[in-house]
Design a protein. Structure first.
Length: 42
């Protein structure tokens, strides 16, 4: 029982870390696209 709970916690933690990295990368992509639009507007 304890091994199942520990495994579930580790999997959940791993997924959270991966999701954070993915959101961070998407944020950088949106930011760079916004900067490109801003440069082209000038």
């Amino acid at each position: 029982m304890t091994k199942k709970i520990l495994t579930a916690l580790l999997l959940t933690g791993s997924l959270m870390v991966v999701a954070c990295n993915t959101v961070e990368g998407a944020g950088r992509d949106v930011q760079s696209a916004g900067e490109a639009v801003e440069r082209s507007a000038n």
